[in-house]
Design a protein around this ligand. Structure first.
Ligand SMILES: [Fe+2]
Ligand SMILES: [Fe+2]
Length: 204
C-alpha cells in the first residue's frame, strides 16, 4: 500500500467511526442511556488510532513535507488542518469530562456530552473532506514515488513502535462499537445509519 492509500484507507475507518458517533449522538439527544463500554471504545479509538497513529502520519510526515515542498505557500492551510486536530482533541476532553455525569443520568452533563459529540463529529467530517479532496490530491501531485515510499517506511516504523497491528485492532474497536449499538437499539440503529449513508450519497 502506498503512503496515500494508507491515509485514504484510514480515513475510511475514521468515517465509519464518525458515523457511529453521529448515531450515538442522536441517541444521547433522544435521552437514551448508553453503556460505559461503548464510550470507552469511542475514547480509546480516538486516542490510539486518531491521535497516536493517524495524526502522527499527517502532522509529522505528510503535512511537514508538503509544507517544505510548497515553500510556505500553503502554510496557512497546514496550520488550519493542524488546528482542527487540536480542536478535535479539545472536544474529546470535554466528552470525557461530561461522561461520568451522563452515566449518572445528570441532565446538564448529558446535554454537554451531546453538544461536544455533535461538534466533534461535525468538525471531523469537514476535516476528512478537506483532506480527501484538497490535501491528498495535492500530495499526489507534488511527491515522487520514492518520496512516498520513504513516507510509507516512516509509517511502518510508527506502527511497529505502537506495537504493530494498530489498524486491525482499531477496526475491531469500530466493529465492537457497531455491535454494541446494534444489540441495544436494533432496527433504530440500522435506520439511523442508513439515513446517514443515503444523505451522504445524495450530497457527494
Ligand atoms: Fe487530519
Ligand atoms: Fe486525516
Amino acid at each position: 500500500m502506498t503512503a496515500l492509500e494508507t491515509i485514504t484507507n484510514e480515513h475510511r475507518l475514521i468515517r465509519r467511526y464518525l458515523d457511529n458517533m453521529e448515531v450515538a449522538t442522536d441517541f444521547v439527544h433522544e435521552g437514551e442511556q448508553m453503556t460505559e463500554e461503548l464510550f470507552n471504545l469511542f475514547m480509546d479509538f480516538s486516542k490510539s488510532f486518531l491521535d497516536s497513529f493517524h495524526h502522527f502520519k499527517e502532522e509529522y510526515v505528510l503535512f511537514l513535507k508538503l509544507a517544505e515542498k510548497k515553500g510556505g505557500a500553503i502554510d496557512p492551510q497546514i496550520v488550519s488542518l493542524r488546528d482542527q486536530h487540536e480542536r478535535g482533541r479539545n472536544f474529546l476532553k470535554e466528552i470525557h469530562r461530561a461522561l461520568p455525569g451522563y452515566l449518572n443520568k445528570e441532565e446538564a452533563a448529558s446535554a454537554k456530552l451531546c453538544e461536544n459529540m455533535g461538534y466533534f463529529v461535525l468538525l471531523q467530517k469537514q476535516h476528512l473532506n478537506r483532506e480527501n479532496h484538497v490535501f491528498i490530491p495535492m500530495a499526489r501531485d507534488v511527491f515522487s514515488e520514492s518520496e512516498l515510499q520513504t513516507f510509507a517506511e516512516e509509517f511502518e516504523k510508527q506502527d511497529v513502535k505502537l506495537g504493530g497491528d494498530v489498524f486491525k485492532k482499531s477496526e475491531q474497536q469500530v466493529d465492537r462499537i457497531a455491535e454494541l449499538m446494534k444489540e441495544q437499539f436494533g432496527a433504530r440503529y440500522r435506520d439511523k445509519l442508513e439515513f446517514l449513508h443515503k444523505t451522504r450519497a445524495h450530497n457527494e
